[in-house]
Design a protein around this ligand. Structure first.
Ligand code: CMX
Length: 435
């Protein structure tokens, strides 16, 4: 038996009761007003979702089940001798709403190892794409191909009752998480290493095994992967990838389909693809300025040119955050510890000094500070993972942890199909612009 699943099962009844009682008593309380502008601005600032696993504060950044990133670095189990939290433990926290001990983390690790076998047709589907297909195209194709194994789809066809939906969703979510690193590593090796694939090593933890299959067997890189997979996991419910997964999952599309939808969103340049765009932009800058470490003045000129051309400065700004992203700071601290003299790190740091002032001076950018994507590429490049078109796939593997924990809860809580209303400008004008 799956002890983790039994432990989760024990949480469902009491939490359901808590939610039902709360809604019964307070369900008709108003949560706020919203304006016509907000409706035109992508529903910015309208709280319209309950998403239990994490919450984003504009000033303070993300909290996973109430814990900040530095708190997680202190409290979550680590690899012996390591400093970074193990993402197995983060997933346990997100799913169970309780901090894991070493034993729980080991159990999670082993559970995923048992589920990690990727069926051969998935590799065939990926191999049928041209080698130059963007890694996110290959990733989404691979995820969709994994869907043949969906337990939820099977159970639904067999007529499973609504209160049991969570069970096969849990199975799919766990299998998906367990299989993603292999799929991602396969894409990397086929695209950039002539298809010279590396078998998994089940003795390694989730992050180290992923690094190993990618071809980076360096204890520092293992630590980076543990940090990376932890901090990218979740960012509350309204961001494009998490929201797409929630939305598609609410139609009872199985977790593979829901996750593929989320990854299609993550592949957008204003969202997860920004991590590749940052490196592309920085390398273009270096090329144009003729190598070496550009001065602040040169960087400022380049930033202004980007803005004049009507482009965004990738890695800066956020729809919710109004301060430097703590995920940026966690990566900066990693760089300060392991590679303080890396030329690329020095450049990223200098960009951090220059960009906010310029964005602020535009008078329109609501958050001039860097987000998670401004830093992640530099760390990967330092260890030799230089193929930046691949970076969003790494983000995607991590994003499965938060969104799948959340999706299991969606079904455990019996959340209905999501269906907000919409209107037309014509109707709005008839109602509000009468004079
Ligand atoms: N560079 C240039 N202009 C920017 C900008 C940036 N980094 N960030 C915001 N702006 C502009 C917007 O394009 C908008 O311009 P218009 O009014 O001309 O359309 C204006 O400032 C106001 O936007 P905002 O309210 O500050 O930001 P939004 O909530 O609309 O968008 C985001 C947020 C992240 C899409 C935006 O800041 C952006 O495009 N940043 C660069 C891309 C990026 O780094 N994305 C990754 C985010 C993190 C993640 O999801 O991974």
């Amino acid at each position: 038996t799956d002890k983790l699943k039994e432990h989760f099962r024990s949480k469902i009844e009491p939490y359901n009761k808590k939610v039902k009682d709360f809604v019964a008593q307070y369900g008709d309380q108003k949560m706020g007003d919203y304006t016509i502008s907000q409706v035109y601005q992508g529903m910015r600032g309208i709280t319209g979702l309950v998403y239990e696993t994490s919450k984003l504060d504009p000033e303070e950044g993300i909290r996973f089940r109430g814990y900040t990133i530095p708190e997680l670095q202190a409290k979550l189990p680590k690899y012996p001798g390591g400093k970074q939290p193990l993402p197995e433990g983060l997933f346990y926290l997100l799913l169970m709403d309780e901090l894991p001990d070493d034993d729980a983390v080991r159990r999670m690790s082993n559970n995923w190892v048992r589920r990690a076998q990727v069926p051969p047709h998935v590799f065939k589907v990926i191999d049928s794409l041209p080698q130059h297909a963007h890694p996110m195209t290959q990733f989404i194709a691979g995820i969709t191909a994994l869907r043949t194994e969906s337990e939820f789809q099977k159970a639904y066809r067999q007529g499973i009752g609504k209160k049991d939906y969570w069970d096969p969703v849990y199975e799919d979510a766990m299998n998906l998480i367990a299989r993603l690193p292999r799929v991602a590593a396969y894409i990397y090796r086929r695209t950039y290493r002539s298809g010279d694939h590396i078998e998994p090593d089940p003795r390694l933890d989730y992050s180290a095994n992923f690094a190993h299959m990618l071809g980076f067997d360096n204890p520092e890189f293992y630590e980076l992967m543990r940090l990376y997979l932890t901090i990218h996991a979740d960012h509350e419910g309204g961001n494009v990838s998490a929201h797409a997964i929630r939305l598609v999952g609410s139609a009872l599309s199985d977790p593979y389909l829901a996750f593929a939808a989320g990854m299609a969103g993550l592949a957008g340049p204003l969202h997860g693809l920004a991590n590749q765009e940052v490196i592309r932009w920085v390398l273009d800058m270096k090329k144009e300025l003729g190598g070496g470490l550009p001065t602040k003045e040169e960087i400022a000129e380049y930033v202004k040119k980007t803005l004049t051309e009507g482009k965004v400065v990738p890695g800066f700004g956020h729809a919710v955050l109004r301060k430097t992203d703590p995920r940026y700071m966690a990566q900066r601290e990693f760089a300060l510890e392991y590679m303080p003299h890396d030329p690329m790190f020095l450049l990223i740091s200098r960009i951090y000094e220059v960009v906010p002032g310029i964005l602020e001076a535009t008078g329109k950018v609501k958050n001039p500070w860097p987000n998670v994507d401004a830093h992640s590429g530099q760390l990967l490049m330092y260890y030799g993972l230089v193929e930046y078109d691949f970076y969003t796939v790494l983000f995607g593997v991590s994003r499965a942890l938060g969104t799948m924990a959340s999706l299991i809860w969606d079904r455990a809580l019996g959340f209905p199909i999501e269906r907000p209303g919409s209107t037309t400008t014509d109707l709005l004008m008839k109602k509000f612009a009468k004079e």
